[in-house]
Design a binder for this molecule. Structure first.
Ligand code: MCN
Length: 783
């Protein structure tokens, strides 16, 4: 078992506690004397706060306190910090008070908090807080907000433009002049609402005697949460313990440090008791970050033979009302630098305007910037193919970066680590039986039925690190990871890691690594994460970095354990350390394999130290830090086959074929699960999901009744294949897989629907491709 753990579909060790209801989420914790917080939120998208009348609420039975933004400010609580300010973009960072003080800027903006002995009393009392608002005009559209005469959100941000960031490579103007064809499109990459199963929650316990704070919180990165919390609460970082217990999914929405986290800390400090807040689903829709929301004007230039020579884009990225933790990095570094996709596009230019609007702040949502880039590129490639009357598969093949194993630098300046795009694409076409599908399409078309095939080939930046680059691009933290491996006398192992998985399965895959590399059974390894009081520093789980970066740290500790094990074994076997070899959990004398000690023997002796090398520290424990030399760039090719009912506009997904490459695979079952979930989320954007605001800034899609999430009956069985192109960026050759499905699937399905509708003359439909929109587009085209 131990020998082959890496690469095996070991069942997820997380699941028994999850499916038997024994897992402990933040809301499951109850502390003695604990009070509950409810938040009073603005019903207006933009309004001046004239008065907050708290008396009625404050005198209700069970209410312990009602507080406003001013109370927090007077107690020394500062602005919610933005942790990513991209250099060279003149980014404005207006104040983000946790509770609005003079002006509310989006529906859901906090205006006051109520703390009571009971959750329901707190909620009732919140409804009794009376706020006088003077409504102000509002704007929700990212492009419109930059026009003259539009409502202004922040005093020092003219035309609501938070930043203007550019990326340029080659000579794009010359490329467009030299082109035979140019295609243009306005793409609305619509706003999405993350829907983790567990809503956000936070429980703070401030102990004034010791000046110590413990915060249980739904976080993907408790160490970052601790760091940011120390900035806005003023409590020293070493006096804060942040615990992310079981976290029921995040998809990026649990990266940010949120106002409510600061509010519970304030309330606990003020009232001298633990204070808990748990979001309702409708609060989740307004108060938790949203994703995407780009308006993109894009154009691609190509030669007659299909060679792409240039890409030019102008993007308005809607940031919402305030800057959330990582918001500015998403439409810039994680989007703009990825415009070459899997292709060798030598000339690229993009202008990105980050814009404040009267909407919920946006931040990372699965894929974060890369779906917005991939959709743009993959849509344009199809438009080029259409214009040149070429097969979209051929245009892709013509432009792929040729296979490489030692780095390839694209026009935006990034150096991809390794890739073999043509291999993944060919495999996909083969699994699909592309010729057969096209023949079926032609046959159906003759009968007046509309089948479509859509491709999406991608390369994406993930495995976020190295730290030097993080610093250079304005990220306010490092991007390394750390791990501690500790052997007990019995040979059982505890591993402590800085990453903080919240559904991805590293408790299993990291145990598989330890098992394979140190020769202990998977069941003998426990992985600990998510508690800053227990685990070494790490920068968290997002950007599909836990495995590429976290496994590097784990391997560092494993190597140290093996080295120390050799010294102990040499002593016990009466040999010189350099004569000891290690394989499959055994230390043996070179050339005499029967003279050996198991790792368990070594763990026992290192812990009891009875018969032990002189001067060697007892114990078998090692810690390591790992800062990668580059990002990793997984890639793949996805194809969707859809059938569109021209009478009803309904899109039926007939087949979905995905070939992905994440380097060496630790656990194929978990990787498939990640791809499945990712594909579903991306197709959600193509077909069903989309946040809608009305003219006055009200969120019309404020609940699951109005916001259509994907359901299992909307999908066929996914046909998955893999190729394996290892990376040299980390010791195990692994790349991330957590976001690839989402990045790839939206354009695949969109392109498929457009391909199906081509004979009807439909040119464009804004996502999501709901039956109504498709039906209207068909009707319009038939006129
Ligand atoms: N894995 C593997 N072999 C590889 C790569 C990964 O076996 N070559 C395994 C990993 O060890 C891990 C899983 O696949 O068990 C995903 O790993 P990785 O790609 O490193 O991604 P992260 O763990 O860093 O997770 C972040 C990523 C992101 S950015 C989002 S968003 C997302 C996602 O993962 N959110 C998720 N997947 C999610 N899955 C669940 N259930 N819930 C979320 O909120």
């Amino acid at each position: 078992m131990a020998k082959n753990a890496f690469g095996s579909p070991v069942k997820r060790r997380e699941d028994p506690r999850l499916i038997t209801g024994q897992a402990m989420y933040t809301d499951d914790f109850t502390l003695p004397g604990m009070a509950h917080m409810a938040v009073v939120r603005s019903p207006y998208a933009h309004a001046r706060i004239k008065a907050v009348r708290t008396k009625k609420a404050a005198t209700m039975e069970g209410v312990l306190g009602v507080f406003t933004g001013r109370d927090m400010k007077e107690a020394g609580f500062g602005s919610i910090p933005c942790a990513w300010v991209v250099p060279g973009s003149d980014t404005k960072t207006p104040p983000y008070p946790p509770i609005a003080i003079d002006v509310v800027r989006y529906v859901g903006n906090a205006v006051a908090i109520v703390v009571a002995t009971d959750r329901y009393v707190a909620r009732d009392a919140a409804d009794a807080v009376e706020v006088d608002y003077e409504p102000l005009p509002s704007v929700t559209d990212g492009e419109k907000a930059t026009a003259k005469g539009q409502p202004q959100l922040h005093a020092d941000v003219p035309n609501n433009v938070c930043f203007h960031w550019k990326v340029s490579g080659g000579d794009v103007d010359a490329a467009f002049r030299s082109a035979d064809v140019v295609v243009r499109e306005r793409i609305i990459n619509q706003r999405l609402i993350p829907n983790a199963m567990e809503p956000r929650a936070a429980l703070a316990r401030y102990m004034s005697g010791a000046g110590e704070l413990t915060l249980w919180v739904t976080s993907q990165n408790p160490h970052i949460a601790r760091f940011l919390l120390s900035l806005d609460t003023g409590i020293p970082e070493n006096k804060i313990r942040v615990i992310a217990p079981e976290v029921g999914g995040g998809f990026g929405s649990k990266i940010p440090h949120y106002p409510e986290d600061a509010m519970v800390v304030f309330a606990s400090k003020k009232l001298g008791c633990p204070v808990k807040w748990t979001e309702t689903r409708s609060e989740n829709y307004r108060g938790t970050i949203h994703g995407r929301d780009h308006i993109q004007d894009v154009e691609m230039a190509a030669k007659k033979d299909g060679t792409i020579v240039g890409l030019r884009a102008k993007v308005w990225a809607n940031l919402g009302a305030y800057l959330s933790t990582a918001s500015t990095g998403i439409p810039t570094i994680l989007h703009g630098l990825m415009l070459s996709g899997a292709y060798d596009i030598k000339n690229i230019h993009e202008d990105v305007f980050g814009v404040f609007t009267n909407t919920t702040p946006t931040d990372a949502y699965r894929g974060a910037g890369r779906p917005e880039a991939t959709f743009m590129v993959e849509r344009l490639v199809d438009l080029v193919a259409k214009k040149l009357n070429m097969d979209p598969a051929d245009v892709r093949k013509k432009n792929f970066i040729p296979p490489f194993t030692d780095g390839f630098t694209v026009a935006t300046g990034l150096t991809y680590d390794s890739g073999n795009y043509i291999a993944a694409f060919e495999k996909n076409l083969q699994m699909l039986d592309y010729g057969g599908v096209r023949r079926k399409q032609a046959e159906l078309r003759r009968k007046g039925q509309y089948l479509g095939v859509g491709f999406s080939t991608y390369s994406e930046i993930c495995g976020l690190g190295p730290s030097q680059v993080a610093g250079a691009v304005g990220f306010g933290g490092g991007l390394w990871e750390s791990a501690i491996v500790r052997f007990h006398p019995s040979g059982k192992v505890n591993v402590f890691v800085g990453i903080s998985p919240h559904g991805q399965g590293e408790e299993t895959t990291f145990a598989q690594i330890v098992s394979s590399e140190l020769g202990v059974p998977v069941e003998d390894v426990e992985i600990f994460h998510g508690d800053t009081g227990q685990t070494p520093m790490g920068w968290g789980s997002y950007g599909s970095r836990s495995t590429p970066v976290g496994s590097g740290a784990l391997m560092g500790a494993i190597v140290k354990i093996r080295e120390k094990g050799k010294v102990v074994a040499a002593h016990l076997l009466e040999a010189a350390p350099h004569d000891i070899d290690y394989a499959d959990g055994k230390f043996f004398v070179r050339g005499a394999p029967s003279r050996s000690k198991t790792i368990q023997d070594i763990a026992l002796m290192a812990n009891v130290a009875w018969n032990y090398p002189k001067g060697l520290e007892p114990g078998l424990e090692a810690s390591a830090f790992f800062d990668p030399s580059n990002f990793v760039y997984p890639f793949g090719a996805h194809t969707a086959v859809v059938r569109v009912d021209a009478e009803t506009g309904e899109v039926k997904l007939e087949r979905y074929v995905a070939v992905d490459d994440c380097g060496r695979v630790i656990n194929p079952m978990i990787v498939e699960g990640q791809i499945h979930g990712g594909i579903v989320q991306g197709i959600g954007q193509a077909l069903w999901e989309g946040a809608q605001y009305d003219e006055s800034g009200q969120l019309l899609t404020g609940s699951m009744m109005d916001y259509a999430l994907p359901k299992a009956d909307g999908f066929p069985d996914f046909e998955l294949g893999m190729t394996e192109t290892p990376t040299k960026v980390n010791p195990l050759g692994v790349k991330g897989i957590g976001e690839t499905g989402t990045i790839a699937s939206t354009p695949a399905v969109y392109n498929a629907v457009m391909d199906a509708l081509a004979p009807l003359g439909v040119q464009k439909i804004d996502m999501p491709l709901t039956p109504e929109r498709v039906w209207r587009a068909i009707r319009e085209a038939r006129r």
